[in-house]
Design a protein. Structure first.
Length: 702
């Protein structure tokens, strides 16, 4: 059994090594073939039997195609509406969705872009995307580097050769051991045969032999003892070694020793060979299973209670706020779905909201197949709704409404965008206008449903509100289907509400919290400071604790926590339509001297809404010392408030730095007049009189 296992392991190892060598050799040939076509033959791209491969560099096609993905393009100019195509513009290759065909030209648009691209000619089209390979861009930098491939192939070949060589060396050693044992056995049996042939047994009776000699003679296995006891003269030993054994006996001994050799070889190799199998498989879903663990626990706990009694359909609807049994599978699937990569917390939450809207639309339409152009129309109107509902952004359109009713604003911007879609369309789809009107009504209905979700708490009232809204916009729905649709909408909303709550709950902590302090004379602006609930030993003074907590690398490393907690609050503002809230934060000045580190931290708030509602407070001295870097940050969309801890840097050459500010804070102290006179007249309207730095802990970097 051990022999069979050893042979099986060796075969598996050899097969894996040979397969890897073959795979990397094929990749190397593909890489060389691509290099020859592009660099030597001068082609723009490689052609593999009518297909080519490209790597996507930007995020203009999110969520369909992400940056770093590979796409396999079927070469040719035969494309149709809604195809994702690759075309050449100048020296660049662009992959966008074909949204319109006008006068023999093609109009494309990135799924994540708000505007359309310039028209292109059919001869600019390289082909349409046939397959997407997510995340394969990393291979271009590694496996598709010819030198890396050659190195891998050489390493694998050497490993394979060394494995075989070690095996051969061990086999040769065992053969030598076997030959020595055979010689010993041959000598022993030859001696016995010679003694019998010369008939010396009678003579032996005259000798006084001890019991040990007799026992040894009867046990031929102890050959070495026999040789030592016998002490044969050199002549006899020489003569004995020349005696030949019968062929049958030699073969029998050889087979026995061969089995012994193989068993020994198995034991010796077992431990050594285990390094090929020391790999622990990890399920992809285990990478981040926090949400699943929370959901599983709460859902299972609720299921145990719900399964005790069977409820009627009406009872289930009436208690929908507490229902979990029917939602368990939906919730868990949704949680798994939202393991996708997101830029930040707001981006993740907007994906959740977008998926909720899509599921409600699918429930309302109950259609298995989307007609031509409908996917594009739906995505544009959903994006418009998301921007208006959660970002308070209306595509810079004049909606001709100055009131505060968000529902009216959303209806107006949806109507404007729908009208533009119809007017700008010049394709062959004669039902295009009907499709736009269809999804316009659907998104208006979604807006009503969304309003009911957050403004009506009583379930029966909410259900009646949904019925009336559906009857208003989808009159063709029969009454028997209406109840099921309403029930499904409530369940969908509950499921996604759970997902959103689980999502935000992950970032709650009892260790840290935010302090909010109102700013004087400016409405809805708050100074935000990060504080902690960490308990320290009484042997440390408050001064030492604050100094340790607010200085050095610790002060810098608190910044990501500040961003996460503040983004959670901003998400709540977006959901609750508190669009006027603005937050002023004060990060440690040392971060402005560490550009790479700060830029990495700022990725957490890389969102237009976040950048418009977070203002960075900075002392004028730190602004002057880091003005080039802060100017770049300001151009990226960040907003800054300036304060003055002293008048040290109030020189004429530094006055231009004041124009970086969105707000200028001036404390009413002895330096008030000096600072007021220093600020240019055209910036006087930005002055807020408040001792802003008193609202924060004393923060110092390294």
């Amino acid at each position: 059994m051990a022999l069979k296992k050893r042979i099986t392991k060796e075969k598996i190892i050899n097969i894996i090594l040979n397969a890897l060598i073959a795979l990397f050799s094929i990749i190397l040939m593909i890489s060389i073939y691509t290099g020859v076509q592009i660099r030597i033959l001068g082609h723009d791209y490689a052609n593999f039997f009518g297909y080519s491969m490209f790597e996507v560099q930007t995020k203009s096609m999110e969520d369909t195609i992400s940056a770093g993905d590979w796409i396999i393009v079927k070469l040719g100019s035969k494309v149709k509406l809604n195809d994702v195509i690759t075309y050449k513009k100048g020296k660049e290759y662009i992959t966008h969705r074909l949204v319109d065909i006008h006068n023999g030209t093609y109009v494309t648009k990135g799924d994540a872009n708000s505007g359309k691209d310039d028209p292109i000619e059919p001869n600019q089209v390289v082909g349409k995307v046939d397959k997407i390979l997510p995340g394969f861009g990393i291979f271009r930098k590694t496996l598709f580097n010819p030198w890396v491939l050659i190195l891998l192939i050489v390493i694998l070949y050497l490993v394979d050769s060394l494995t075989k060589e070690n095996k051969n060396n061990k086999f040769e050693e065992k053969i030598r051991d076997m030959i020595l044992k055979l010689k010993d056995k041959i000598i022993k049996k030859s001696i016995n045969k010679k003694i019998n042939d010369e008939e010396i047994l009678p003579e032996l009776n005259n000798f006084n032999m001890n019991e040990e000699a007799i026992v040894i003679e009867e046990e031929p296995k102890d050959e070495i003892v026999i040789m030592e006891e016998k002490e044969e003269p050199e002549e006899n030993i020489s003569e004995v070694t020349e005696v030949a054994m019968p062929e049958e006996e030699t073969m029998e001994i050889e087979l026995e020793d061969k089995e012994e050799l193989e068993e020994y070889d198995t034991v010796a190799d077992d431990l050594e060979k285990t390094h090929f199998f020391r790999i622990i498989p990890v399920d992809e879903g285990e990478l981040d299973s926090t949400l699943l663990e929370i959901a599983n626990y709460e859902v299972n706990e609720q299921n145990r209670n719900d399964n005790k009694n069977k409820k009627t359909n009406e009872e289930i609807i009436d208690s929908v706020e507490d229902e979990e049994a029917d939602l368990s599978k939906v919730d868990l699937n949704l949680i798994k779905k939202h393991t996708r990569r997101n830029k930040n917390l707001i981006d993740a939450m907007m994906h959740i909201k977008k998926d909720e809207i899509n599921e409600i639309i699918n429930n309302l339409l109950d259609e298995e197949k989307i007609a031509t152009n409908e996917a594009t129309i739906k995505n544009i109107l959903i994006t418009t709704f998301i921007h208006a509902r959660y970002y308070n952004y209306y595509n810079e359109k004049n909606i001709e409404y100055r009131g505060n009713n968000l529902l009216i604003k959303i209806e107006k911007i949806l109507g404007i965008i729908a009208t533009e879609l119809i007017n700008d369309y010049d394709g062959a789809d004669y039902k295009y206008g009907e499709k736009v009107e269809k999804y316009l009504d659907i998104l208006k209905l979604v807006a009503y449903i969304d309003q009911g979700k957050y403004t009506i708490s009583e379930i029966k009232t909410k259900r009646e509100y949904y019925r009336n809204a559906i009857n208003k916009y989808l009159k063709e729905i029969e009454s028997k289907d209406l109840e099921e649709i309403v029930n499904n909408i409530i369940k969908i909303q509950k499921s996604y509400e759970d997902i959103a709550n689980y999502f935000l709950k992950r970032f709650e902590t009892n260790t840290f919290y935010l302090n909010y302090n109102k700013i004087n004379n400016i409405k809805n602006y708050q100074a935000v400071d990060l504080d902690h609930n960490i308990k320290f030993s009484k042997v440390y003074s408050n001064y030492i604790i604050d100094k340790t907590y607010n200085e050095g690398i610790i002060a810098e490393n608190k910044t990501p926590i500040l961003f996460i907690l503040l983004l959670s609050q901003i998400i709540k503002d977006m959901i609750n339509t508190n669009f006027s809230n603005k937050y002023i934060i004060n990060i440690t000045p040392s971060l402005y001297t560490k550009e790479k580190k700060l830029i990495g931290l700022l990725n957490a708030i890389e969102d237009e809404y976040a950048k418009a509602h977070i203002i960075f407070l900075i002392d004028f001295k730190d602004l002057v010392n880091n003005k080039k870097f802060i100017q770049r940050l300001r151009k990226s969309g960040l907003r800054f408030a300036i304060g003055f801890k002293n008048t040290e840097f109030l020189s004429a050459k530094n006055k231009e730095c004041l124009y970086f500010a969105n707000i200028i804070f001036v404390a009413k102290n002895n330096d008030l007049e000096v600072i007021e006179n220093y600020i240019p007249d055209d910036l006087q309207d930005k002055i807020i009189y408040d001792d802003i730095f008193d609202k924060y802990s004393s923060i110092e970097g390294e």
